[in-house]
Design a protein around this ligand. Structure first.
Ligand SMILES: Nc1ncnc2c1ncn2[C@@H]1O[C@H](COP(=O)(O)OP(=O)(O)OP(=O)(O)O)[C@@H](O)[C@H]1O
Length: 696
């Protein structure tokens, strides 16, 4: 293959790509005029016109958004087939004026040969070609000859394979779609049917995240109506990670997927800081469910424990025992906030049953009710005994009530760590599932309270009662259940605590799931618990397992070291095979001059590679490093603690005091494994000690 031949091939591909872009532009013009026409229809004025307009404008706008998003590198593949035909593959499908396929959507069944064909099983493909582009210009092609025996004599074969070419690119702050180089085992997981739960496992860098994102795009393609209406939610470990991945789906033409960090899953609450590991371990444990159930059922702190009043000179009294009994009866009818409006009636009924004076009985129950409702002492009592409780408010009372409620489920140290690290004004990531659990246990607080909301039901008109009850149902369904999805895609699933699984499970009662993770990278101290909690969240939906086996991120030199750490963490870790070598070994330094050597090593890394470098330290040291390195290449250097590196990747990683990362939590070894496997090409560690290195 000569350079001239390569140029000629690129020019020929460019000619085809130009035709596709012209067609794309024409489609955009049509979509724009449909939007305009749709808008005009709105002016016709009748209701049908409006509905039609909305549907038309919506569809046309969606098409425009996807045309726009898929513009970059639109055409990326070509198959030359045994029968002499050729097929172009792209981010979205494009047809010509006669509705003939110009570009096949990568998700179409006939496009799967592009990913699955191998020399052993060519699936009717003679040559697979990947087109590399910048915007709409073809800048290179990479070929795989899959069926040499049947290749025409003049067939040109260029390049050394698209995969390795794409793996050697420099990393920036964004994950990129790998749609042009998806490998066969990844393709199988992407195209798995959407029933039940698809569980995708694999070591670091095996493409679990990219597979999950391409799978979201695939699901929308196969059943757009179901998944767009019901919603697809992608959950990842942090907002940094969500920013890192958020370009991938739009670049595949998909804009209808919700991406949320695990701290942002619950509407109205945003948490971005983790608790210290010891507190996280307690707050994430299943025991918290028991504790919260008790908290939701017991009186709020400061609630009165008894009631004494007078009716026509008769003393009426409700003891603590009576009140507990009434409370239990109320809670058997619904959650605390749901039964809020029944409270006055329940108390009044209990008090009326104590009335014995003849004159009072003669005047009847209605007069009794009217009088007590006019008695501010009674009304004050009702309000303070059974206030509507907002979940966040209830969560705030947890430290002061933990000893009374959790004596048999938490140890004294566990309670102390929760109390001592409590952050009442800014819930941490680990608090969000607790607040969500309380929201479900307590029921939603109705947004505004009617003037006569406290009226017992029997005093309301029938219509009024019906309307109120309907409203109550509506509020609880719209504000608590509305965040359920048709498909939930969970990344870094090995890290989720039992309480986080419960939170996700509530959003996926009828959903199908895709769950990706790697147990060896788990930051949860007891990984088997998270599997049990996952299974409980999924319920009895069928499971489909896929395993990814090749590591596309780390150089083999870096991964060999990391794999030794993995073996130190759990029995039988799922180790992947690294496909790339750099011939550069990781560097390790033991020194008393950590600060100075870190700067030197950082300079070395920045010099060696083009892309980004992470400096990773134990949680307690991160702020120090952020300040100390603020002046060093701010566009290329990121300072993070071990947990914050989850799912990310950098061309170079400098680990400061790895022994401190190991010592920081019960999952410290696994966190170190995560940290080491973030580096694509260069890795350096520096510390006053390097005990971890002797242990692996
Ligand atoms: N088929 C592929 N073609 C090109 N690059 C790929 C392919 N599969 C994965 N990669 C690249 O490998 C890197 C790792 O992928 P990804 O982050 O999805 O792995 P992961 O299994 O989620 O890793 P971890 O468990 O460590 O978070 C990314 O840069 C991704 O783009």
């Amino acid at each position: 293959m000569t350079e001239a031949e390569e140029r000629a091939e690129i020019a020929a591909e460019q000619a085809y790509v130009d035709v596709v872009y012209q067609r794309l532009d024409a489609s955009a013009v049509t979509a724009r005029s449909l939007v305009a026409e749709g808008m005009a229809r709105g002016h016709i004025g009748h209701e049908g016109g409006l509905v039609e307009r909305d549907a038309m404008v919506y569809q046309a706008n969606r098409r425009l958004a996807s045309l726009d998003a898929a513009h970059e590198g639109l055409v990326f593949g070509r198959l030359d087939l045994l029968d002499g035909g050729r097929r172009y593959i792209g981010r979205i499908g494009v047809r010509d004026e006669d509705r003939e396929i110009l570009l096949m959507d990568w998700r179409a069944p006939a496009a799967s040969a592009f990913y699955r064909a191998t020399a052993q099983q060519p699936h009717g493909v003679v040559r697979r070609r990947v087109l590399r582009s910048r915007a709409d210009r073809v800048i290179g092609v990479e070929d795989d000859l899959l069926d040499a025996d049947n290749a025409p004599g003049d067939m040109v074969v260029i390049g050394e394979g698209a995969l390795l070419a794409s793996l050697s690119r420099a990393r920036d702050d964004q994950m990129h779609s790998v749609v042009a180089t998806i490998q066969a085992e990844q393709d199988e997981a992407i195209r798995a049917p959407s029933r039940g739960a698809t569980i995708i496992t694999g070591g670091p860098g095996t493409g679990k995240t990219v597979v999950a994102l391409h799978r979201a795009a695939y699901l929308l393609y196969t059943d757009r109506r179901r998944f767009e209406t019901g919603g697809v939610l992608v959950v990842g470990p942090s907002s940094v990670f969500m920013n890192y991945i958020d370009r991938v789906l739009p670049s595949l033409g998909e804009t209808a997927v919700t991406l949320r960090a695990i701290g942002d899953v619950v509407d109205g609450i945003r948490a971005s800081e983790h608790d210290v590991p010891a507190a996280a371990a307690v707050k994430g444990s299943e025991q918290m469910a028991t504790l919260l159930r008790r908290l939701a059922r017991s009186p709020m702190p400061g609630a009165p424990r008894e009631y004494t009043g007078f009716y026509r000179d008769q003393r009426l009294h409700l003891s603590n025992r009576d009140l507990r009994r009434i409370g239990r009866r109320l809670l058997s009818r619904g959650s605390r906030n749901q039964v809020f409006r029944q409270v006055p009636a329940a108390l009044l009924a209990a008090l009326w049953s104590q009335v014995t004076a003849e004159r009072a009985l003669e005047k009847g129950e209605d007069a009794f009710i009217e009088e007590l409702l006019g008695d501010h002492r009674f009304v004050d009592f009702v309000e303070s005994w059974w206030p509507e409780v907002d979940a966040v408010e209830a969560w705030r009372t947890l430290p002061q009530r933990i000893a009374e409620l959790a004596g048999d489920v938490l140890t004294a140290e566990e309670m102390a760590v929760v109390r001592d690290t409590w952050s009442p004004d800014a819930p941490r990531i680990e608090d969000v599932p607790l607040i969500d659990e309380l929201r479900h246990l307590l029921g939603e607080v109705p947004p505004e309270i009617d003037l006569d909301a406290g009226l017992p039901k029997q005093l309301m008109s029938f219509e009024r009662r019906e309307r109120d009850e309907a409203e109550e149902r509506l509020r609880t369904t719209s504000s608590i259940e509305d965040d359920s999805y048709a498909h939930l895609l969970v990344d870094e699933a090995q890290d989720l605590s039992p309480m986080q699984w419960r939170m996700l499970g509530r959003r996926a009662r009828l959903a199908s799931w895709t769950i990706v993770g790697d147990a060896a990278q788990s930051s949860w101290p007891r990984p088997h618990e998270t599997i049990a909690a996952r299974d409980a969240a999924i319920g009895n939906k069928p499971l489909h397992h896929f395993r990814l086996s090749k590591n596309y991120r780390n150089s083999a030199e870096i991964y060999d070291l990391a794999a030794r750490v993995a073996q130190r963490t759990i029995d039988d870790p799922d180790l992947a095979e690294a496909v790339r070598r750099t011939d550069v070994e990781p560097r390790h330094e033991v020194t008393d001059r950590v600060e100075e050597r870190s700067r030197e090593l950082l300079d070395w890394l920045l010099d060696q590679i083009e892309g980004t470098v992470a400096v990773v330290a134990a949680q307690r040291d991160v702020e120090h490093w952020r300040r100390s390195l603020a002046d060093v290449a701010p566009d290329r250097v990121r300072v993070l603690d071990g947990l914050a590196t989850k799912g990310l990747e950098f061309d170079g990683v400098l680990v400061s005091e790895p022994d401190a990362i190991v010592a920081e939590s019960a999952a410290g070894w696994r966190t170190l494994y995560v940290v080491l496997t973030r580096a694509t090409s260069r890795l350096a560690t520096v510390g006053t000690t390097q005990r971890w290195l002797q242990e692996v």
